[in-house]
Design a protein around this ligand. Structure first.
Ligand SMILES: Cc1cc2nc3c(=O)[nH]c(=O)nc-3n(C[C@H](O)[C@H](O)[C@H](O)COP(=O)(O)O)c2cc1C
Length: 200
């Protein structure tokens, strides 16, 4: 096992861009993480403009624009670049998070479409038996959503709905986003000192 983790963060066009930014900031700051491959779908970028007031700018500077400063270990990919490193199982990566994950992307992953870079990178995670977290967000869910969630789970993904906890004392939406991101990243063995732990 490599001493530092290489992880992919994919941002799609579901609501919850602030959660993606919180997770990205934690990955950026975490010394246990050596490299982050970041990819956003066109609709993900659209929702970031809506929810984070993210202005127009260069795609390759997406991480800097989200974090407000240099982000040397984060490599941004174009979702159309099906030849990017993360499209191949030979690229050493320990897993992928789709946060937030739209029901459209969930459907594509559940059915192995692998048409965009996000879909292909997720497909690679499943075939290589690497951890894949789908932070889906939609409500209510209809039967096709439910079937796709089951299919994705059966293929090896972890369905991790955007459902923040209400028992951790988070006093603001930002604190709630931070706790959600910390808990999600703990699934990759990343420990954060500020993550709430229920003591019983
Ligand atoms: C402001 C906004 C919020 C949206 N929220 C959701 C959502 O929570 N869940 C969802 O599945 N789709 C949501 N959508 C619709 C998706 O963006 C749309 O289905 C898109 O095709 C998803 O494409 P992608 O998965 O390639 O990003 C939202 C769209 C907009 C503009």
């Amino acid at each position: 096992m490599p001493s530092k983790l290489t992880l992919t963060l994919a941002i799609t066009g579901a609501s919850g861009a602030a959660l993606a930014r919180a997770a990205l900031a934690r990955l950026h700051a975490d010394e246990q993480v050596g490299r982050v491959d970041l990819v956003a779908s066109p609709h993900g970028l659209r929702v970031m403009r809506e929810e984070l007031q993210l202005g127009e700018g260069r795609l390759d500077q997406l991480a800097e624009r989200l974090l407000g400063g240099p982000a040397p270990k984060i490599l941004v990919h174009d979702d159309r670049d099906i030849g990017a490193n993360i499209a191949s199982g030979s690229y050493p990566s320990q897993g992928m998070i789709v946060l937030p994950c739209s029901m459209g992307t969930c459907a594509a992953i559940a059915h192995g479409l692998a048409d965009s870079l996000i879909e292909r990178a997720a497909d690679v995670c499943l075939k290589e038996k690497r951890r894949l977290l789908l932070a889906i967000r939609e409500t209510p869910l209809h039967r096709i959503h439910l079937r796709n969630l089951l299919a994705a789970d059966e293929a090896g993904a972890t369905i991790y709905p955007v459902m923040p906890a209400f028992y951790d004392g988070a006093a603001s939406a930002e604190a709630m986003a931070q706790q959600f991101a910390a808990r999600l990243l703990s699934h990759f063995g990343l420990s954060a000192p500020d993550m709430f732990q229920w003591q019983g």
